[in-house]
Each structure stands twice: as structure tokens, then as C-alpha cells.
Design a protein. Structure first.
Length: 258
């Protein structure tokens, strides 16, 4: 009788487990976590690295200066561009006044058509030079801004390629200087079968289990092509907040899909 009761109890729990699994439709899959967003930072301008304010593992806020080139030449070029712009502005204003005087004289038939055309050309030339000076100032300001590498978002520094005193020749090649990853957000990438992937939707809730802790996640991307030509597996990306906990790319995880 006791053996019979144990057998009945076993089948009861087995049936209950299958019932719950069918009701929830949940599927637990092995995964590896990675950065939700990672950026390699560099600069389009050339110069010598003056300061590096961070190292791998540093936590930074958006717009913090992470690396600074020697900016003395950039500052001088910017000031020169400002002065040139002011000079071109004054020359354009004078060319406009001269054109107005010439047109008055032309209306009074005191000068020939040639003088009028020359004044019009001079006014157009001054306007073009003024516009070129504005463009030169904008470029000088951009070069000045690019002499400092700033955090594109709240981030953690994951790699440092740059060294103090290193010469950056961006006209030849854009060299990676720092790598940062979005702070507080990670992704878990899993491979699912064709039968499972068709049931998933972007934006749907999912669970990510890392190191014995469960995080609430969201399905952010669903692959449309199989990972290989001979595979029936599709990549699904689940993003989740780390809730302030420090996690590292490459850690093992489990994802519970809806």
C-alpha cells in the first residue's frame, strides 16, 4: 500500500509539473551575457595625447572628458578663425555700402554700367569670403571639441589603447583610443529553434538569471536569419538592467523566455 501511494504521489507531482510548464509556456535556455551597447572611441583630429583621465573599470558620466589632446594649436586656430570672421564681416558691410552708393550714382546716370557690375561683383565676393570665414570658424570649433574625447553616455571604461604622449595621426588612420560600455545595462544572447522564435515578440518580458540572481529583461532583437546556413537556430537578444550590480561580459546565464 505504501509503495502504491508513493507511485501515485510521484505521478501526481509529475502531472502537476507538466501542467504548470504548459500553462506558463516558459522556456529556460543557457546564455552568455554581453554589453548592451559598446563604443570604440577615437578622434578625427591629429595631435599628441596630453592627459588620460580614466582606466579600465572606471565609471563615468555622459560628457565626462576621458582623454585630452594637447589643445594649444586648436585654441590658436580657433582664435584666428574668430578674428578672420570679424574682418570678413566688416568687409562685407563696407562692400554693401559701396554697392548702395554705386547704385545711387548709376540711377543718376553719373557712372557707366561697368562700374555698377564691378560693385555687384565686389559685394558678392565679400559675402562669399564672409561665408567661408563662418565655415572656417565652425571647423575650428569642431576640431577644438574633438581634441577632447568625452563619454557618449553613462558608461564604464572597458579598454584603454591610448598612452600619454602618443601621437595621433588621424589623417592617416583612425586609431582606437578607449572602449566604453553602457553602464547598468547588459544583454543576454540566446539561440532558439525555429519553432520557438516564431512565438516571440520584440518588447516582450523575459527573465535573465546570472550568479543566482534573477533580473527582469526585455526582448530587444529577434534574428530573422539562422545563425548558420545549416542551422535551425535563431539569435534572440534580451536586454536587462543590472540593478546597480557589476556584471562582466562573458558570464554564463540562463534566460527564461515567455
Amino acid at each position: 500500500m505504501k509503495l502504491r501511494n508513493k507511485v501515485l504521489q510521484f505521478y501526481w507531482y509529475a502531472w502537476l509539473f507538466l501542467l504548470c510548464s504548459t500553462a506558463t509556456g516558459a522556456e529556460e535556455i543557457d546564455a552568455t551575457i554581453t554589453w548592451r551597447q559598446k563604443t570604440v572611441l577615437s578622434t578625427p583630429v591629429s595631435g599628441v595625447i596630453k592627459t588620460i583621465n580614466v582606466s579600465p573599470g572606471a565609471v563615468v558620466n555622459k560628457d565626462d572628458v576621458l582623454l585630452q589632446l594637447d589643445d594649444r594649436v586648436f585654441k590658436e586656430t580657433l582664435e584666428e578663425a574668430k578674428a578672420q570672421l570679424e574682418r570678413m564681416r566688416l568687409l562685407e558691410e563696407e562692400a554693401q555700402r559701396e554697392l548702395e552708393r554705386t547704385l545711387e550714382l548709376y540711377d543718376q546716370t553719373l557712372i557707366a554700367d561697368h562700374e555698377k557690375q564691378m560693385a555687384i561683383i565686389a559685394r558678392a565676393d565679400a559675402a562669399a569670403k564672409h561665408q567661408a570665414a563662418r565655415a572656417a570658424l565652425a571647423k575650428a570649433q569642431m576640431d577644438m571639441d574633438y581634441s577632447a574625447i568625452r563619454a557618449p553616455y553613462d558608461a564604464v571604461v572597458i579598454k584603454q589603447h591610448a598612452q600619454l604622449g602618443q601621437t595621433i595621426a588621424s589623417l592617416t588612420i583612425i586609431a582606437p583610443l578607449l572602449e566604453v560600455a553602457e553602464r547598468g545595462m547588459m544583454s543576454a544572447n540566446v539561440l532558439v529553434t525555429g519553432g520557438t522564435v516564431g512565438k516571440l515578440e520584440i518588447g516582450a518580458a523575459a527573465k535573465v538569471q546570472v550568479g543566482g540572481k534573477t533580473y527582469n529583461g526585455t526582448i530587444e532583437a529577434i534574428g530573422l536569419d539562422p545563425v548558420t546556413d545549416k542551422s535551425n537556430r535563431y539569435e534572440v537578444k534580451v536586454s536587462f538592467s543590472t540593478q546597480g550590480k557589476i556584471l562582466r561580459a562573458g558570464q554564463s546565464a540562463k534566460v527564461v523566455l515567455p
